[in-house]
Design a protein around this ligand. Structure first.
Ligand SMILES: C[S@@+](CC[C@H](N)C(=O)[O-])C[C@H]1O[C@@H](n2cnc3c(N)ncnc32)[C@H](O)[C@@H]1O
Length: 399
């Protein structure tokens, strides 16, 4: 029997076994548990709980029958209040440890709902439809995923009517009550008839190409007064109510009468959201997301806004624009050196950094901090029941 001491950044319990650090899935501080060792490396051990001898008072019952084996959610056994505390503490620890500065960290902004929030889900398919079992390629059959949009859950019974042998993955996306289904297959003649009862849009993805086979070409999402068209391979934030809170805070920072660069702009969602009385220039590498952004500009009757397709670092060099503010919202890998160098050259007064990975965020902030003061950071709960957390950081040019 061992006692769990604390939690790591992935929500795993930490303890020591024979002097070695050990990470135990689904365990909480102060719990006494019997475990089995799943993996032993030179420096650490990974394990899972066989029996709870003494449970933490923070532990809550999990309503999901797949929780113990599915690799999707990892902190559902904490109450939502304790999940928020876990994320807040995680961000405070990372910032204090990796940036040697006293940075103001605001309270985490919660999600209005911690279930049925995900508007995009990719199911693995191989006879079964579901998600990978923790750390394996075995697929657990799923009938209902607690964090997925109800429209997506409702579609699963129709997905099962397809010829699953021919399918590798199925992605379901929702927006304003519409459903888009993207099927990864090699069979261009796949019978999709069973899905026409529930889907508004269907694509086959063959050899990485998207082939439109049914219904509308796009789905739409609404944020405040803006409407966004979304293509099958364009990024859009997965939790629309937390997204709105995030974008409203960005809008407050941006203010009025500014020249704004929206780097990694996706479908132009942030740039368009802050476009009232501001000039916006967006850069995005994905061609269809950039096309969506240009269409979104028209749908929303906007004029002082432009979107360019290309790599952020390279296109920044060519940009003939004098920004007051640069907004960056990169993928998990964060900013590369070329992009950071070019951002610094613009000498903008303010930078707004949206990040879904706190480790690459602190790496980049440490570089920007030479020229920019890190004023404050706000965590947002974009991904309830998982250890992931979105952060918004506001920087201003040092005098
Ligand atoms: C986290 S998403 C943010 C999108 C958008 N800001 C939003 O809130 O919906 C990151 C975006 O960066 C784009 N991207 C990835 N690498 C890039 C690069 N090197 N240059 C420009 N855009 C890139 C991705 O295609 C994706 O749309």
């Amino acid at each position: 029997m061992i006692k769990i001491e604390s939690l790591d950044h992935y929500g795993r319990g930490i303890t020591k076994i024979n002097g070695k650090i050990a990470f135990i899935e689904n365990s909480l501080p102060n719990e006494r548990v019997e475990i089995k060792i799943d993996k032993e490396k030179k420096k650490y051990i990974e394990g899972s709980v066989l029996k709870y001898i003494e449970k933490s008072k923070e532990r809550v019952n999990v309503n999901c029958p797949y929780y113990d084996s599915c690799g999707g959610c990892n902190i559902m056994h904490l109450s939502y209040k304790d999940q928020l505390k876990f994320k807040q503490d995680k961000i405070i620890n990372i910032i204090r440890k990796y940036i040697n500065k006293d940075i103001k960290i605001n309270n985490i902004i919660s999600s209005d709902t911690n279930i049925n929030y995900r508007n995009k889900v990719t199911f693995q398919v191989k006879e079964n439809i579901g998600f990978y079992k923790n750390n394996t390629y075995d697929i657990i059959n799923i009938d209902n995923c607690l964090i997925s949009d109800k429209i997506i859950n409702n579609s699963i019974k129709y997905l099962r009517k397809l010829n699953l042998k021919d399918i590798n993955k199925i992605t379901c996306r929702t927006g304003s009550n519409e459903l888009m289904i993207i099927i990864e297959t090699n069979n261009k003649n796949l019978d999709i008839t069973p899905l026409t009862e529930v889907a508004n849009s269907i694509y086959l993805k063959i050899d990485n190409k998207y082939i439109h086979v049914y219904g509308n070409k796009h789905i739409y999402e609404t944020l405040d007064k803006f409407k966004y068209l979304i293509s099958p391979d364009s990024f859009f934030q997965v939790n629309i109510n937390t997204c709105l809170k995030l974008y409203n805070k960005i809008k407050d920072y941006v203010g009025k009468n500014k020249n704004v660069i929206d780097l990694y702009c996706g479908t132009g969602s942030i740039g368009i959201f802050v476009s009232d009385s501001n000039n916006v220039s967006g850069i995005e590498i994905n061609e269809s997301a950039t096309k969506d952004a240009l269409k979104n500009k028209d749908i929303n009757n906007l004029s002082d806004i432009n979107f360019i397709c290309g790599d952020s670092g390279k296109k920044l060099k060519e940009l003939n624009f004098n920004p007051d503010i640069i907004i960056v919202d990169p993928p998990r890998s964060g900013l590369n050196k070329e992009t950071i160098d070019n951002i610094i050259k613009f000498n903008a007064k303010e930078i707004i950094y949206v990040s879904c990975d706190p480790m690459t965020l602190v790496r980049d902030l440490n570089i920007l901090n030479k020229y920019y003061k890190i004023n404050e950071l706000t965590p947002f709960d974009m991904f309830p029941n998982t250890y992931h957390v979105e952060c918004l950081t506001y920087l201003t040019k040092k005098m």
